[in-house]
Design a protein around this ligand. Structure first.
Ligand SMILES: *[C@@H]1O[C@H](CO)[C@@H](O)[C@H](O)[C@H]1NC(C)=O
Ligand SMILES: *[C@@H]1O[C@H](CO)[C@@H](O)[C@H](O)[C@H]1NC(C)=O
Ligand SMILES: *[C@@H]1O[C@H](CO)[C@@H](O)[C@H](O)[C@H]1NC(C)=O
Ligand SMILES: *[C@@H]1O[C@H](CO)[C@@H](O)[C@H](O)[C@H]1NC(C)=O
Ligand SMILES: *[C@@H]1O[C@H](CO)[C@@H](O)[C@H](O)[C@H]1NC(C)=O
Ligand SMILES: *[C@@H]1O[C@H](CO)[C@@H](O)[C@H](O)[C@H]1NC(C)=O
Length: 345
């Protein structure tokens, strides 16, 4: 097991304060960075909210790397919210839907993210972002989280493309996309402001990752290369998001930031060997015939998917999601880019 960061600093502080008592060192640790993490959005950060009757996340072979069985994450193991919590030295915050089962874990914050959701309605099964923020607001009204808790907390918001996927599904083409992108950014901006105004100290949002590199898109080219048409649309999204967050930072004197998932994904995908990854565009878990996808079984409970030999060397897990190794590589890259330090201060 790796030593959690806080513990590491705790020991360091102890060493430097060898003449002083341990309590003093502990007090220092407590004031180091935010003490709670609140998570909103979709499957890139859902750690168990999506219910068991829905595809993926709670079905074999999800979770085979961590924790070793399906546990509600859309990956073979940890997802991005787990890495953000790790960076902050916090336990991964408890999923909203499981909060009554783990009442002791409320102190690390809460995860309101549900797979498949967007800022608009993209699925009838899971709550969109408006509703996720409603859940948060209700808990604040019930004093589960106080103003002082919130003033020492951070929110991470994932808007990873379900709005666009939904648009393509109902509309069939990318015509009309640019103005739709603008409305997604407008709604996202409203959501971020709402979270901030509830008292959260800092609100971070993921820049959109290169959708054109997702196996869902590259399957038409046998996972050979990223689709630049899609990545150019993603650039429009990220430019508008940048403009919007730049304005918010001005009017709120800081308080917002973008975590650049475009450059970090792209860099890992362009230099897979640096991260011990292979066949970087091919998903590890794939349906074995038309109409089936990772985790599917037929009526006789026969598996209709195949898992690669070593998920630890694959970047993508299924058609949409990175593996734990993929997220870990992105996390390392973000740290090299110094893109996370603002989360702490
Ligand atoms: C989110 O869902 C709720 C209830 O289903 C709906 O009333 C609301 O309009 C949706 N929000 C957006 C921005 O679409
Ligand atoms: C979102 O879906 C809910 C039902 O799930 C519906 O009541 C609401 O009107 C929808 N909102 C929008 C903006 O489409
Ligand atoms: C679907 O695309 C057409 C253009 O082909 C556009 O006019 C329309 O607004 C789009 N639909 C939605 C729901 O945005
Ligand atoms: C987005 O918001 C801006 C500024 O508030 C506004 O000018 C623009 O018309 C909006 N665009 C869409 C598509 O809603
Ligand atoms: C990329 O996606 C667009 C839109 O779906 C499609 O028209 C185009 O053929 C794709 N390009 C490649 C190289 O697959
Ligand atoms: C927007 O993009 C510019 C240029 O890449 C960058 O310097 C700036 O930090 C970005 N703003 C935000 C809020 O991320």
């Amino acid at each position: 097991m790796e030593l959690p960061k806080q513990l590491f600093f705790f020991f360091l502080t102890l060493i430097f304060l060898s003449g002083h008592i341990g309590l003093q060192a502990e007090a220092r640790v407590r004031h180091y960075g935010p003490t709670k993490l609140f998570v909103f959005g979709d499957s890139y950060v859902d750690a168990g909210n999506t219910r068991k009757d829905q595809p993926g996340s709670w079905k074999q072979p999800y979770g085979i790397t961590f924790p070793g069985k399906p546990a509600g994450r859309f990956s073979d193991g940890r997802v991005f919210s787990d890495y953000i919590a790790k960076y902050l030295g916090l336990k991964s915050p408890v999923p909203y839907n499981l909060r009554k089962m783990m009442p002791n874990n409320l102190k690390y914050g809460m995860n309101f993210a549900y797979g498949g959701t967007g800022v608009f309605n993209t699925t009838s099964k899971n709550p969109n972002m408006t509703i996720q923020i409603d859940f948060f607001e209700k808990l604040i009204k019930e004093n589960v989280y106080t103003a002082s808790d919130l003033s020492n907390s951070i929110a991470y918001v994932s808007v990873a493309g379900n709005d666009y996927n939904y648009y393509l599904t109902i509309n069939g083409s990318i015509q009309g996309f640019p103005s739709y992108i603008a409305s997604v950014i407008n709604q996202t901006t409203k959501d971020l402001i709402r979270i901030k105004n509830l008292g959260v100290k800092k609100v971070a949002i993921g820049g959109l990752q290169p959708l054109g590199c997702l196996p869902l898109i590259t399957s038409t080219s046998s996972f050979q290369k990223c689709n630049e048409t899609f990545n150019n649309l993603v650039a429009i999204h990220n430019n508008l998001l940048n403009q919007s967050i730049t304005k918010l930072k001005q009017s709120y004197k800081g308080g917002f930031l973008i975590i650049d998932l475009f450059d970090s994904f792209t860099s890992v995908l362009n230099h897979p060997k640096t991260y011990n990854l292979h066949n970087e565009l091919i998903p590890c878990c794939l349906g074995t015939s038309q109409g089936f996808t990772c985790g599917d079984v037929d009526n006789n409970n026969v598996k209709k998917y195949k898992v690669c030999e070593n998920p630890k060397t694959a970047f993508f897990w299924d058609l949409f999601h990175p593996t734990q190794a993929g997220w870990h590589a992105v996390y390392n890259k973000l740290q090299n880019m110094n893109a996370l330090s603002q989360l702490r201060n």
